[in-house]
Design a protein around this ligand. Sequence first.
Ligand SMILES: Cc1cc2nc3c(=O)[nH]c(=O)nc-3n(C[C@H](O)[C@H](O)[C@H](O)COP(=O)(O)O)c2cc1C
Length: 154
Amino acid sequence: MTDKINIIYISLNGNTKYFVECLSDYIKTTKDVVVESLNIKDLKGESFPVDEPFVSFLPTYLNGGNGIHTGDKEVLTTRLGDFIASNDNFKYCYGIIGSGNRNFNNQFCLSAKQYAERFGFPLIDVFELRGTQSDVKRIANLIIDRQEEFLNKL
Ligand SMILES: Cc1cc2nc3c(=O)[nH]c(=O)nc-3n(C[C@H](O)[C@H](O)[C@H](O)COP(=O)(O)O)c2cc1C
């Protein structure tokens, strides 16, 4: 039974942080579940072992290209990947939610798709920029379901 959700994310310009805050409020008030979140931007490059299941949020910052043949060089957000890779933390991550801007076409949310492939956890969902209230509700329910499934397999 889920009574706590841990969110480990990175937000450089505040959109993802805003979404995580709305999502946390929604989960706390409607599901009676505690939510703890950590913005990797607030760390000073340090990492530590995570010992509880968590879900991750990753906005997309790619350098040039079109997402098909070229241009999938992740910039600025690699600290999240380093944190997830360190101490085998990826083993506790049951999924990732990507965000981005649809103007980037094939590069929309590409980094989260790449993390899912790299670490072997599922891409749970995506949203654009600061998201909408319907994104908040849908993603809250998906996270709770995914965490339940993960806990049942431990
Ligand atoms: C330099 C730069 C590159 C970006 N590249 C992409 C991209 O390749 N694909 C995408 O979907 N969004 C891209 N975005 C949009 C961001 O992912 C989007 O604004 C996101 O909400 C930023 O999250 P944050 O405010 O939490 O840092 C880019 C934004 C910037 C400023």
